[in-house]
Design a protein around this ligand. Structure first.
Ligand code: C5P
Length: 227
């Protein structure tokens, strides 16, 4: 069977990957992989089972066996279900992001998630959002995007996003946490955050969401991925 077309969208936290990936997937009518949600879920499931936060093997086992479903909520938004429990809000906190970034540095967790991520590649196509989609998980993707924005803009975007979701956050604390998380993601030895050599780098600082979506759509059109 021919492999379905794949677009990867990687980049640091707050670069707009999630929003852009979802919009491109909707426009193309393709599937979406939010790989960050998987790392968030591993950390959350570990906490729910009162696992020692340093238990690498325990977390790797969870990564390989956890029962996860990505659904559409009644309001049309996303619904993430872990072992029958809706955890959509729980996994979106910055605390969950920090937990994800810790377990994501462990090779055993990353390899336990590989097949699960690759299974998302189904016809008519896949938009994959993460840190290592174009470098490790889908190295032969048809189009690779690396999305960045200035640290100040990324912190502000995350701040607005969390505020909109009703979280009580402070901008200076969030900026510090994001810098720390980026630093850990970019310097880890396995699958560090970096653009694939053949990635199209888009700096979204000062661009609107629609401008970034249009740019990705245009790049996909150049590669005949859609009309
Ligand atoms: O994208 P999101 O903020 O949900 O990702 C949470 C964390 O999961 C990241 O900070 C990163 O450490 C990890 N991650 C990863 N590889 C991916 C996606 C996320 O290491 N493909």
């Amino acid at each position: 069977m021919p492999s379905p077309p794949i677009v990867t969208i990687d980049g640091p936290s707050g670069s707009g990957k999630g929003t852009i990936s979802r919009a491109v997937a909707v426009r193309a009518g393709w599937h979406l992989l939010d790989s960050g949600a998987l790392y968030r879920l591993v950390a959350l499931a570990g906490r729910k089972r009162s696992l020692n936060p340093d238990d690498t093997q325990g977390h790797a086992q969870i990564a390989g066996s956890m029962d996860v479903r990505f659904d559409v909520a009644t309001d049309g938004g996303e619904a993430v279900i872990l072992a029958g429990e809706e955890v959509t809000r729980q996994i979106r906190s910055e605390e969950a992001g920090q937990g994800a970034s810790r377990v994501a540095a462990w090779p055993a967790v990353r390899s336990a998630l590989l097949d699960r991520q690759r299974a998302f590649a189904k016809a008519p196509g896949l938009v994959a959002d993460g840190r290592d989609m174009g470098t490790v998980v889908f190295p032969t993707a048809d189009l690779k995007i690396f999305l960045t924005a200035s640290p100040a803009e990324r912190a502000l975007r995350r701040y607005k996003q969390l505020k909109d979701k009703g979280s009580d956050v402070s901008l200076p604390a969030l900026s510090r946490e994001i810098t720390e998380r980026d630093q850990r993601d970019a310097t880890r030895t396995v699958a560090p955050l970096k653009p694939a050599p053949d990635a199209e780098v888009i700096d979204s600082t000062g661009l609107s969401i629609d401008q970034v979506i249009d740019r990705v759509i245009a790049l996909g059109r150049e590669r005949a991925l859609w009309a």
